[in-house]
Write a protein that binds this ligand. Structure first.
Ligand SMILES: NC(=O)c1ccc[n+]([C@@H]2O[C@H](COP(=O)([O-])OP(=O)(O)OC[C@H]3O[C@@H](n4cnc5c(N)ncnc54)[C@H](OP(=O)(O)O)[C@@H]3O)[C@@H](O)[C@H]2O)c1
Ligand SMILES: N[C@@H](CCO)C(=O)O
Ligand code: NA
Length: 438
């Protein structure tokens, strides 16, 4: 066997990867060149779904990333530290890195890529976004000749599962979340999923590749789905939309981007509207290609292992073609990294100020049931340059009239100025929800 792997972590993704690499039948023959040499975990006594040869399992992760025998380090332990430090150490020790860690890549991508390019090694991250869906390599390779205008994705399976069930069954957020936890879809601490943080990590990574520049993760606007109610899902349906948590990275002008995550009303005819359950999809718009959508399982042992293993295979295909002399001098260092596989940022991307972003809005208002209240709302919007696409009043809640408004494209600044005026109207009781419309 030619190439030795050091795997950091043997949980869901680690086990899936070991299983896939241990059964090469019917898969690419280059997989036969790979040896699982060391696997690092926290608790060596934990029962595992996979069996490893004697001496492979260790708790000394430091020894894995510095072991001269190891060619490729596969980081599937998750978290920020010590994952970052271990990946950096692996790189400085001349090892290629494959990672599924979106939290670390979205924050430390620049640092890792710079170190890797200096060391002449690759950092591969297909599993970090969209699980098994090939999207990182397609953006870096097949689509890289396009000028990308927007990348819009359903990139968190847990929230898509929750929203789909709320829509199909009319259940409440809390009930579906409890069920998703019982079924093992949502984690014990679902904060990163439901608050949109996981999707924000992923859209930051996609944006950095599609627009070829570093994204400051802290600048990614992020709203989760906790506040989504059955009422909004029903109104959305009546108006011809479904509510999805979207990650959106979009060119605003020649020099700036908008990168954000928020629940969004998606027109029912849009390809993303039909992506249900734990599935993910990434919709890319570019010139000259037009529209392309990647769809599939965004998480899970097997799907994610497929992405991790394809990265490993890509690396093996590079290593195997190195000239004999370079492999003798420095076993790992690649003198000229393949620019279609290497990760680097040409620049830092500028994000447009949120108030300049242009979008449609959906707003639900509870008002006193007085004559002329719809007119007063319309006047406030009109004064601030917000043009309305539709206004409906279908129901009452506790003697308050419920008015739902969908705007045409407006700047966030103008919309919020109108809301400030509306809040001051005597007839307004409350504004239970404000959502953006794709
Ligand atoms: N699960 C998915 O479907 C999925 C999909 C895409 C991407 N990812 C990403 O893949 C990574 C792994 O996720 P996972 O679901 O496989 O996680 P997991 O099931 O929690 O497994 C984590 C593994 O890493 C080990 N580990 C964690 N911290 C460690 C430390 N400080 N020292 C030694 N070992 C440590 C754990 O050891 P013990 O077993 O001894 O506790 C465990 O084996 C994360 O970055 C995640 O975001 C996951
Ligand atoms: N928690 C993530 C796992 C995959 O990254 C999700 O629900 O999509
Ligand atoms: Na992927």
């Amino acid at each position: 066997m030619g190439f030795k792997l050091g795997i950091l972590g043997l949980g869901t993704v680690g086990c899936g990867t070991v299983q896939l690499l241990s059964n090469c039948d019917g898969r690419h023959p280059l997989l036969e060149e790979i040896e699982i040499y060391r696997v690092g975990v926290q608790n060596p006594d934990k029962p595992r779904e996979v069996e490893l040869a004697k001496g492979v399992l260790t708790t000394d992760l430091e020894a894995i990333v510095t072991d001269p025998e190891i060619d490729i380090v596969v980081e599937v332990m998750g978290g920020l530290e010590p994952a970052r430090e271990l990946m950096l150490k692996a790189i400085r020790n001349g090892k290629h890195v494959v990672t599924a860690n979106k939290a670390a890549i979205s924050r430390f991508g620049d640092e890792l890529y710079t170190a890797a390019n200096q060391a002449g090694v690759y950092v591969m991250l297909e599993a970090s976004v969209g699980g098994g869906i090939p999207v990182i390599q397609p953006l870096k390779q097949s689509l890289s000749v396009n000028q990308i205008q927007a990348v819009t994705g359903i990139i968190n399976g847990t929230t898509n599962y929750i929203l789909t069930r709320m829509q199909d069954e009319g259940s409440s957020f809390d009930d579906v979340l409890a069920d998703a936890q019982k079924l093992g879809y949502a984690e014990a601490d679902p904060t990163a999923d439901v608050e949109g943080l996981d999707a924000a990590d992923k859209i930051a990574i996609l944006a950095s590749i599609a627009f070829d520049g570093g994204i400051n993760r802290e600048d990614v606007y992020c709203e989760g789905i906790r506040q989504i109610s059955k009422t909004d899902i029903e109104y959305a349906q009546k108006l011809g939309f479904v509510i999805k948590l979207l990650g959106i990275a979009k060119k605003v002008n020649q020099s700036s981007l908008s990168v954000r995550v928020h629940p969004t009303l998606v027109p029912s005819g849009h390809p993303l509207a039909s992506i249900n359950g734990v599935n993910n999809a990434i919709f890319v718009e570019g010139e000259p290609i037009g529209e392309v959508m990647f769809f599939g399982p965004g998480a899970g042992a097997g799907a994610t292992a497929s992405a991790v293993s394809s990265d490993i295979l890509n690396l093996v295909s590079q290593l195997i073609s190195l000239p004999e002399s370079s492999s003798k001098d420095s076993k790992y260092k690649i003198p000229n990294l393949n620019p279609l596989l290497a990760s680097f940022h040409q620049k830092d991307c500028q994000l447009a100020p949120p108030e300049e972003l242009v979008t449609r809005f959906y707003g639900r208002f509870l008002t006193k049931d007085q004559p002329g209240v719809i007119g007063k709302l319309g006047t406030c919007f009109g004064k601030c340059g917000v043009s309305l696409e539709s206004v409906v009043q279908t129901g009452f809640q506790d003697k308050l009239a419920e008015i739902v408004v969908v705007t045409h494209d407006v700047t966030e600044g103008s919309f919020h100025k109108a809301l400030d005026e509306i809040r001051n109207l005597e007839a307004i009781d409350s504004i239970p929800s404000l959502l953006r419309v794709l």
